[in-house]
Design a protein around this ligand. Structure first.
Ligand code: FES
Length: 172
């Protein structure tokens, strides 16, 4: 079969798929070339940006899942996945943590799971609080319950911004 010039410009993924590699094999192949972008499930922070439903794969290092060791991760605020955290009123969900730049300009990090039934909370910039859309619990930006049915606070993590303002460290 004759190929035109467009057909010849097959990218690496298409090429490998054409070779019949499984998605797991493809992932292993990609990991060989980009070690920092791949990690085991246990330390995969599986971050997602609040409100957009996307899953960033860059701009984060460390552990953001409480189920597998202490929270300890860094966000690169120059990365487009997390640069929104330089703007008050914005938030992202990273693993099991919600990170928000609150009204007063500081950055807070709290466990994202509502203590009522585990739904992800959201940061509401207008109210400057954390809100659970499931049954309406409200938490302060330090995690304290303000409105039930939740009765226990969200866990608060420590945040530290580098002097250049480009790296945010979150620790237990
Ligand atoms: S799960 Fe959050 S209020 Fe019920």
């Amino acid at each position: 079969m004759k190929m035109n010039s467009v057909d010849k410009q097959m990218n690496r993924g298409e090429f490998l798929r054409d070779l019949g590699m499984s998605s797991a094999a493809l992932m292993a192949f990609y990991c060989m070339g980009t070690l920092t972008a791949c990690s085991s499930k246990s330390d995969d922070p599986s971050p997602s940006t609040g409100g957009t439903g996307t899953t960033p794969s860059s701009g984060i290092t460390g552990n953001a899942n409480t189920g597998s060791g202490a929270i300890n991760f860094k966000l690169d605020l120059t990365d487009s996945n997390f640069s929104k955290l330089k703007t008050a009123g914005q938030y992202v969900i990273v693993g099991s943590v919600i990170v928000a730049k609150i009204k007063n300009g500081s950055v807070v990090a709290l466990s994202k799971a509502c203590t009522h039934q585990g739904t992800d909370v959201q940061y509401r910039s207008g109210q400057d609080d954390m809100y659970c859309p499931n049954h309406g619990s409200e938490f302060s930006t330090t995690g304290a319950v303000e409105v039930g049915p939740a009765t226990s606070p969200l866990t608060q993590y420590k945040t530290a911004l580098s002097t250049d303002g480009n790296t945010l460290t979150v620790t237990a």
